[in-house]
Ligand binder design. Structure first.
Ligand code: ADP
Ligand code: ZN
Length: 519
């Protein structure tokens, strides 16, 4: 029987599914042909099947490298329930247990072994693996291998050595749900996967309704949303543990069946809330980003980000936990400018010096997402390197029916001001010059002598700053990489200056309100 027919049979027999999903078939068929492969699929796309099905077809063992230690036991138990023999090796076991499992593995007791990458740091451990006949090495969360990714783990760099120690060389499958073009290149280079062996299903999630909400009382918004969507399952992400506690208490006080989850809680309490959420005993989980990795709850109907996430990768991964069952779901980001300080603070606290500029650049992209007036789904797809995309037709911006006004002239004023300030300043200074601020620094630099000084003085400095945010988000201005966000003109902006291109902006909410006040 052809390999793919056997694969379909395994899918039906063990999982009860009739068809492979998009991408799964292509990935599995490449593996069965012995090709090293990079699989890129969105969260919930069905990555596990891509190595579990081949594991059942190949003669030897499949090693699965995964950073999610806390989930390994669950994954292995789930496999046992459907009749697939698997085990795991991580720091929760003592040396005798590890020896025992690996000895059983060398006798062919398991089809899959889950490994924490940290194990690879102990040379004696690598030695123990030598007697095992390994057919496939699956690297889950493969973006962890790249410095450019948002979750770099040095131990992932040891995987290459692991692969090369087996003769004949096993097939390598790298899997990820978040990889920019740069990260993708890194994964292929570091795991020696030919780039043309990439299978990408595209990151678009048709059932997600992306939305950014600005300028609202966030507590009131969240409570109102939950009451309107009573008994729907959802997650509320916050930037800090303190916020998680506060919002959890607020919701419980208002009679919502909520749970909480963050790394500062006792494990037993955390696990208990997680289980109750998984079994729909509570409907809303308030959590930090510690919650959700690898959790397979299919009926999450909404993910609300109460605070600004640190970058687009984190955002899409967390938002993507909504709607894994394919049903329509909401992903709402509540934007408040003061959150920028929280994220800046967190970068200053955690990142080491040489990583900081990169973290700031990612944070700025996240802000661009909040300010864009284009399709949110398209913005995300562009970020992950997909070029040929269409507006989704269902996100907050696609459904925004406000009229567009021509702001080409204002945009030209901003661009020529940026140019005259020699593309060496950030948003605040540019806005001050345009609004004609009487700031001492402006005079120090002699900017009050520029022809663009005060040409927008009919607007407040805040309004000008908002216009600059919009122009940045829509790709007319770009921040030079670095800790301090210096704004420069892009090719698009130059075209506007040359009157080759127009700029349209949605009527501001305020203008709309005034209009409706007059009715
Ligand atoms: P990922 O790791 O990509 O986020 P999972 O491997 O956890 O996703 O799969 C997500 C969900 O999709 C799981 O509930 C899984 O059982 C289901 N699934 C995977 N493949 C199929 C398929 N071919 N048909 C139906 N459901 C599938
Ligand atoms: Zn859209």
């Amino acid at each position: 029987m052809a390999a793919m027919d056997k694969a379909r049979q395994v899918l039906k027999q063990y999982y009860g599914y009739d068809h492979f999903r998009r991408g799964q078939e292509a990935i599995i068929s490449q593996i069965m042909d012995g090709k090293d492969t990079l699989g890129m699929m969105p969260t919930g796309g069905g990555k596990s099947v891509c190595y579990q099905v081949p594991a059942m077809l190949l003669s030897g063992v499949t090693l699965v490298i995964s950073p999610l230690i806390s989930l390994m036991k669950d994954q292995v138990d789930t496999l046992a329930n459907i009749g697939i023999p698997a085990t795991y090796v991580n720091s929760s076991l003592n040396p005798a247990e590890i020896d025992e499992r690996l000895a059983a593995a060398s006798k062919g007791a398991y089809k899959l072994i889950y490994l924490a990458p940290e194990r690879l740091e102990f040379p004696p451990f690598l030695h123990l693996l030598e007697n095992i006949n390994v057919s496939l090495i699956a690297v889950d969360e493969a973006h962890c291998i790249s410095q450019w990714g948002h979750d770099f783990r040095p131990s992932y760099r040891l995987i290459e050595k692991l692969i090369s120690q087996f003769k004949p060389k096993p097939v390598t499958l790298a899997l990820t749900a978040t990889a920019t073009p740069q990260v993708k290149k890194d994964i292929c280079r570091l795991l020696q996967i030919p780039e043309e062996n990439t299978v990408a299903t595209g990151f678009a999630r048709e059932n997600l309704h992306l939305q950014v909400v600005k300028g609202q009382d966030r507590d009131a918004f969240v409570l109102d949303y939950i009451l309107k969507n009573a008994n729907q399952s959802g997650i509320i992400y916050t930037a800090t543990r303190k916020e998680t506690e506060r919002i959890y208490n607020f919701l419980v006080k208002n009679g919502i069946r909520a749970g909480k989850y963050h790394a500062g809680m006792k494990e037993a309490e955390r696990d208990s809330f997680q289980d109750r959420f998984l079994y729909d005993d509570i409907s809303v989980m308030v959590a930090t980003s510690a919650f959700g990795m690898g959790i397979d709850k299919s009926n999450v109907r909404f993910v609300i980000h109460y605070n600004l996430p640190k970058n687009m990768e984190a955002y899409y991964q967390e938002a993507g936990r909504a709607g894994r069952d394919g049903e329509e779901s909401d992903c709402i980001l509540l934007f408040a400018p003061q959150d920028i300080h929280t994220q800046t603070f967190l970068i200053e606290q955690s990142a080491n010096e040489d990583r900081k500029p990169g973290e700031y650049a990612k944070l700025r992209k996240m802000l661009d997402y909040c300010h864009t007036e284009g399709c949110f789904q398209q913005f995300i797809l562009h970020y992950f390197g997909e070029k040929e995309t269409q507006p989704c037709g269902k996100c907050g911006n696609c459904l925004d029916t406000r009229a567009k006004t021509d702001v080409t002239k204002e945009a030209q004023m901003v661009f020529s001001c940026v140019k005259r300030m020699q593309e060496r300043f950030g948003k605040t200074m540019i806005a001050k010059v345009l609004a004609g601020s009487n700031d001492q620094k402006i005079r120090q630099f002699g900017f009050d002598k520029l022809s663009t000084f005060g040409i927008m003085k009919d607007k407040t400095q805040k309004e000008v700053a908002e216009l600059i945010d919009f122009l940045t988000a829509d790709g007319f201005l770009r921040a030079k990489d670095g800790t301090y966000p210096v704004l420069m003109l892009t090719k698009k902006a130059v075209e506007v200056l040359l009157s080759k291109k127009q700029v349209f902006r949605k009527e501001s909410v305020r203008a709309q309100q005034i209009a409706s006040d007059n009715l």
